[in-house]
Ligand binder design. Structure first.
Ligand code: NAD
Length: 507
């Protein structure tokens, strides 16, 4: 596996930096548990230089017309298309997700580039009727500044693209602090970006040095950047614990934060649901990326009338899941990221049993893959009711199932009775159930789907969640507005100076 990873890095044009005796992080694969390389963490002196350069890059980049900024993102999309397979494979190797999902992640990067290129000609502001004669009001949108992107291990490259493609067309420079568990895919993405810049410059355009930079390190590096007053926007993806720290630090200095944090996502199976559709959607949402997606389905809320039909069918499917090397054809479930994730899963299952939960699965398997490789059978846990263990996010493939009776409102109440508010869905063919779920008294999540699982969002919609998920939105729709500053301009083209609200102020 080490040689495969090094070959891919070579193909992608990555030269690994030497540690030079500095504090370092380990690049490894959860597939076998092997380590590939030690990579240096940025020092305080380096951080200072990187942020200065990013700020200087911003000052230049903000003056480039937005459609020309879009041209760079168009070239980035082309480079990503050309490198989809090796980058997708590297994502699988570093994050452990199956190749189909690794490729899907790179496809998301391509899709958001396409979206951002179009957006580069659509950074529209409003014109507003003025109450004063011979006055015009308008809103204009301007570049904001260096944008810090902090990302999690489980979407090691797509999150960068969601943020960067928008930030770049909006006129910002970007700094990327990837997860310490996925540095190689970040370096590979940066190499791809640099190839796009080379082509952009070769075509006669100017792009500043340091327009996009990767900063390696652990949480302390992320925290140091988060406190830097030259960075007006921090887009942080990761745990709620981390988001709370970033949220406090940015609020303290009045910087903006886009927080994309944990989830504890549920699906409601109503009496009229198409159970065949449910089986596939639930399984993909619950075991995809080995239960390590922010949108992973963790709670299944099943109507009593279909419970005894659906649950045995799901258990049978779980019994046949192909678990193993995520690069191998036909594998559906890869490994957990590391030992800590395995221990947290076991801890949650122990608590679930102690609360009366009936557990199928959860055991460690495939130990021959490596002593430090953690493969598990995804678990189904039938719970007597929605108890405490279900109400926090365990980042592992555990699907808790509870029964509900009566009207859909009872299920919606269970859906909403957790601290997170990222993704949710309902399976129903009853329009009243559906409308109640997506309506004002329905799901309180940022994503509320109908007859679709909780995971696998498209880039065109604004992505994010409420409550302890952090409230941020990135990707499609009008998320771009978070990356720009807005000015309201009132222009007097007359020869008098009438004051707003009719105020008299004669000198
Ligand atoms: P994590 O919080 O441990 O780490 C995420 C990133 O934050 C890493 O780059 C880490 O170095 C950095 N970090 C840690 N402490 C920091 C601090 N004090 N200041 C600044 N940066 C800091 O998360 P993880 O284990 O990599 O990822 C799993 C979590 O991420 C889950 O909770 C999952 O739901 C969440 N997640 C959310 C989304 C979303 O879009 N809502 C997407 C992916 C993952």
């Amino acid at each position: 596996m080490k040689q495969t990873a090094l070959d891919l890095l070579n193909t992608l044009g990555v030269i690994l930096p030497a540690t030079g005796g500095r504090d370092a992080i380990t690049a490894r694969t959860p597939i076998t548990g092997e380590s590939f390389a030690m990579l240096p963490c940025a020092t305080a002196v380096e951080l200072e230089a990187i942020v200065s350069q990013s700020h200087a890059a911003f000052l230049m980049w903000r003056t480039v017309p937005a459609p020309l900024r879009g041209e760079l993102v168009r070239l980035l999309g082309e480079e990503l298309r050309a490198n989809k397979l090796p980058l997708g494979q590297l994502v699988s190797i570093e994050a452990g997700k199956i190749l189909q999902e690794g490729l899907g992640e790179v496809q998301e990067m391509i899709d958001i580039c396409d979206f951002a290129v179009g957006l580069s000609r659509q950074l529209y502001g409003l014109t507003i009727a003025s109450e004063r004669a011979e006055h015009r009001m308008m809103e204009t949108w301007h570049p904001l500044g260096p944008t810090l992107i902090i990302s999690a291990f489980n979407f090691p490259v797509a999150v960068w693209a969601w943020n960067s493609a928008l930030a770049l067309v909006c006129g910002n420079s970007t700094l990327w602090k990837p997860s310490e568990k996925s540095p190689l895919t970040a370096l590979a993405t940066q190499a791809i970006f640099e190839r796009a810049v080379k082509r952009y410059v070769a075509a006669g355009n100017a792009a500043p040095e340091g327009l996009s930079a990767v900063v390696l390190g652990r949480g302390d590096v992320g925290a140091a950047l988060t406190n830097d007053t030259r960075i007006p926007l921090v887009s942080a993806t990761g745990s709620t614990r981390m988001g709370r720290l970033v949220g406090e630090a940015t609020a303290k200095r009045f910087a903006r934060a886009i927080l994309e944090l944990g989830g504890n996502n549920a699906a409601i199976i109503a009496p009229s649901a198409n159970l065949e559709m449910v089986e596939r959607a639930v399984t993909f949402s619950a075991v995809g990326t080995a239960g390590q997606r922010c949108t992973t389905l963790r709670r299944l809320i099943v109507h009593a009338s279909v419970y005894d039909t659906l649950v045995p069918r799901l258990k049978a499917i779980y019994g046949k899941l192909r678990i193993g090397d995520p690069l191998a054809d036909g594998t559906l479930v890869g490994p957990l990221i590391d030992k800590l994730a395995f221990e947290q899963m076991q801890g949650a299952l122990t608590s679930a049993r102690a609360s009366g939960g009936r557990v199928q699965g959860g055991e460690r398997i495939n130990e021959t893959m490596g002593a430090e490789a953690y493969y598990v059978k995804p678990a189904i846990v039938e719970m007597p009711s929605q108890l405490a263990v279900m109400c926090h996010e365990t980042f592992a493939p555990i699907l808790y199932i509870v029964k509900y009776d009566g009207e859909v409102e009872n299920a919606i109440a269970l859906n909403n009775a957790v601290a997170h508010g990222l993704s949710s869905s309902i399976f129903t063919n009853d329009m009243r159930d559906m409308e109640r779920f997506v309506g004002p008294a329905g799901s309180d999540c940022g994503i509320a789907n109908v007859n679709i699982g909780t995971s696998g969002a498209e880039i065109g919609g604004a992505f994010g969640g409420e409550k302890e998920t952090g409230g941020g939105r990135e990707s499609g729709s009008d998320s771009w507005k978070a990356y720009m500053r807005r000015a309201t301009n009132t222009i007097n083209y007359g020869s008098k100076l009438p004051l707003a609200q009719g105020i008299k102020f004669d000198l």
